[in-house]
Write a protein that binds this ligand. Structure first.
Ligand code: ATP
Ligand code: MG
Length: 260
């Protein structure tokens, strides 16, 4: 179970969640994407209209729906989704008064695997650009974090705050939370700054950074408006190819983790 997180907005969390999810499903791994962002971009990007979001993540967190009932199929075989609606923006406040407010998603997933047949090899959680209760719920439920990092000047500064939060979650709520990896996104090879930032991040974070770099690619940004993952919209574009490579690295790392 992987959480895609970075409190910085627009760094490629949702794009990574959708396209990793699609790549994992495409190699035959049944995958569930949970949209825990009130913006609902992962749900929209997968072509699930608002009218079809009857039992969204909000209801699951509030204990008003079972996870099993909230899961909807997508157009991608083997890729399922728990959609989100704007109700979730109120959940931050409403959760404060509930029991086990940090564990709501974890509990829902535990109940699901206790009753269901645990049919997913991978669960990906797409987070909002914040480090508040929704993201904490995702980090408590997950085994590890995938951090998309945009190749721009302040990338490392935002990262240290995220790492602090991960440490806090580890210390208090989920001792086994790991960082699966950091993925450099929107890399622009014509821009010197991109190169510098990438080198800088690799120097500081070492092997935590995936070898695969996601290039800035207009086809990737066009895909969501068609309700399709880039991988389906244009499989051959450089962005899609990069996400396929990233999925390979991620699977490799998961296998190593499982074997350790
Ligand atoms: N590799 C890329 N090349 C070009 N455009 C991209 C790429 N990755 C993401 N984008 C575009 O950048 C914008 C932000 O990406 P995305 O929505 O994935 O970020 P996010 O981190 O989920 O944002 P938020 O914090 O608002 O949830 C989107 O319009 C997306 O289509
Ligand atoms: Mg997003």
């Amino acid at each position: 179970m992987l959480v895609i997180a970075n409190q910085k907005g627009g760094v490629g969390k949702t794009t990574t969640a959708i396209n990793l999810g699609t790549a994992l499903a495409a190699v035959g791994e049944p995958t569930l994407l949970i949209d825990i962002d009130p913006q609902g971009n992962a749900s929209t990007g997968l072509g699930i209209p608002r009218s079809e979001r009857k039992l969204p993540t909000y209801d699951v967190l509030m204990g008003q729906a079972k996870l099993a009932d909230a899961i909807v199929p997508t157009r991608i075989p083997k890729l399922s989704l728990v959609p989100s609606t704007v109700d979730l923006s109120g959940a931050e406040l409403e959760l404060i008064d509930l029991e086990r407010r940090n564990n709501r998603l974890k509990d829902a997933l535990a109940e699901y695997s206790a009753h269901g047949s645990s049919q997913f090899s991978y669960v990906l959680i797409d987070c909002p650009p914040s480090l508040t209760l929704l993201t904490v719920n995702a980090m408590v439920a997950a085994d590890s974090v995938v951090v998309p990092l945009q190749c721009e000047f302040f990338a490392l500064e935002g990262l240290s705050q995220l790492l602090k939060t991960i440490d806090l979650v580890r210390a208090n709520l989920n001792a086994s939370l790991e960082i699966q990896g950091i993925v450099l996104t929107m890399f622009d090879k014509r821009n010197k700054l991109s190169d510098q930032v990438a080198a800088d991040v690799r120097e500081n974070m070492g092997t935590m950074v995936y070898n695969t770099v996601i290039p800035r690619n207009v086809r990737i940004s066009e895909a969501p408006s068609h309700g399709l993952p880039a991988l389906v919209y244009d499989l051959r574009c450089p962005g899609s190819q990069a996400y396929i490579k990233l999925a390979g690295e991620l699977i490799q790392r998961e296998r190593m983790r499982a074997a350790a």
